[in-house]
Design a protein around this ligand. Structure first.
Ligand code: IMP
Ligand code: MG
Length: 175
C-alpha cells in the first residue's frame, strides 16, 4: 500500500524539548547519578540526545524486549530479548522509551525492574499517545503528547525503516 510521511514535530522542536527535559532531569537528580535504561531499539536516539543534555552524573544500560504472540498481547507479557548488563540494585533508574502507546510494555517492564531493588525508578518517554492507553502507566517526563496516529522518526520505525529521521512524522496511507 502506498504511503507518505507527513511532518508532525520538526527537528528543531524535538531538539528544544529534549534540551528542556535534560535540564529538568539535571535539577531532579542533582548530586546523584542517574542510571538511564534505554529500551531498544526505539529509545536509542532519544536516550543519547537526552544524556548529552543532562549535567549530573549519568550511567547507562540497554535492554531489548518483544511482545509474545498477538494472542497473548492482552496479557501484556513481554519477552526479554536482551537483559541489562549491570544490576540496578540501589540505583536511581530512569527508563527511557520512544513512545507509550497501550502502556502494556512499560507497565510490565517497570514492575519487573522494581523487583530488582532500584533506589528509585522513573519513566521518561519522548512521545505519549494517551488516547490509546489500556494499562495505566505513570509517566514522569513526557516530550510530547500526540494524537492516535502511527508515527516514525527519532528512533520509531515502520517495518524497521525511518528510525533515522531527525523529526517525527505521521505515516499517511494513500487511497
Ligand atoms: P505499548 O503499546 O505501549 O506497549 O507500546 C509498544 C511499542 O509499540 C512501543 O514501544 C513502540 O515500539 C511501538 N509503537 C507504538 N506506537 C507506535 C507508533 O506510532 N510508531 C512506531 N512504533 C510504535
Ligand atoms: Mg519501543
Amino acid at each position: 500500500m502506498a504511503y507518505h510521511i507527513e511532518e508532525l514535530i520538526s527537528e528543531e522542536k524535538v531538539n528544544a524539548r529534549i534540551k528542556e527535559i535534560g535540564e529538568q532531569v539535571s535539577r531532579d537528580y542533582a548530586g546523584k547519578t542517574v542510571h538511564l535504561i534505554c529500551v531498544l531499539k526505539g529509545g536509542s536516539f532519544f536516550m543519547t540526545e537526552l544524556a548529552k543534555r543532562i549535567s549530573c552524573n549519568v550511567s547507562l544500560d540497554f535492554m531489548s524486549v518483544s511482545s509474545y504472540g498477538s494472542d497473548t498481547k492482552s496479557s501484556g507479557i513481554v519477552k526479554i530479548v536482551k537483559d541489562l548488563d549491570e544490576s540496578i540494585n540501589g540505583k536511581d533508574v530512569l527508563v527511557v522509551e520512544d513512545i507509550v502507546d497501550s502502556g502494556r510494555t512499560l507497565s510490565y517492564l517497570l514492575a519487573m525492574l522494581k523487583d530488582r531493588g532500584p533506589a528509585s525508578i522513573r519513566l521518561c518517554t519522548l512521545l505519549d499517545k494517551p488516547d490509546r492507553r489500556v494499562k495505566e502507566v505513570k509517566v514522569d517526563y513526557t516530550g510530547f503528547e500526540i494524537p492516535d496516529e502511527f508515527v516514525v522518526g527519532y528512533g520509531l520505525d515502520y517495518d524497521q525503516l525511518y528510525r533515522n529521521l531527525p523529526y517525527i512524522g505521521i505515516v499517511k496511507f494513500d487511497d
